[in-house]
Design a protein around this ligand. Structure first.
Ligand SMILES: [Zn+2]
Length: 87
């Protein structure tokens, strides 16, 4: 009986560890989506680029760190050029 119990606990531990690893993998996938069509569809900007409104994109510091902002409108991007959607 003791052997069966030990085996049951061992299986349970393996299941928990495997589950934790799976969850961590899923989180990493969410943080860094794979490239391809999705990444190509997003227009990246850099400091000095022209904004869609005709203004100039320039780097600026904010409370949340360095960002790229337009001089003529309220569009913002992260330093790696991703658009920040403000709510
Ligand atoms: Zn603009």
């Amino acid at each position: 009986m003791g052997y069966v119990l030990t085996t049951a606990i061992g299986v349970l531990v393996v299941a928990i560890v495997a589950g934790a690893m799976f969850v961590r993998k899923e989180n990493r996938t969410t943080e860094a989506p794979p490239g391809g069509a999705l990444r190509r569809a997003i227009r990246r900007v850099a400091a000095g680029d022209r904004c869609r409104c005709g203004g100039t994109v320039r780097s600026t510091s904010s409370q949340s760190g360095d960002l790229l902002g337009c001089t003529a409108c309220n569009r913002w991007w992260t330093m790696d050029g991703r658009r920040i959607i403000q709510r």
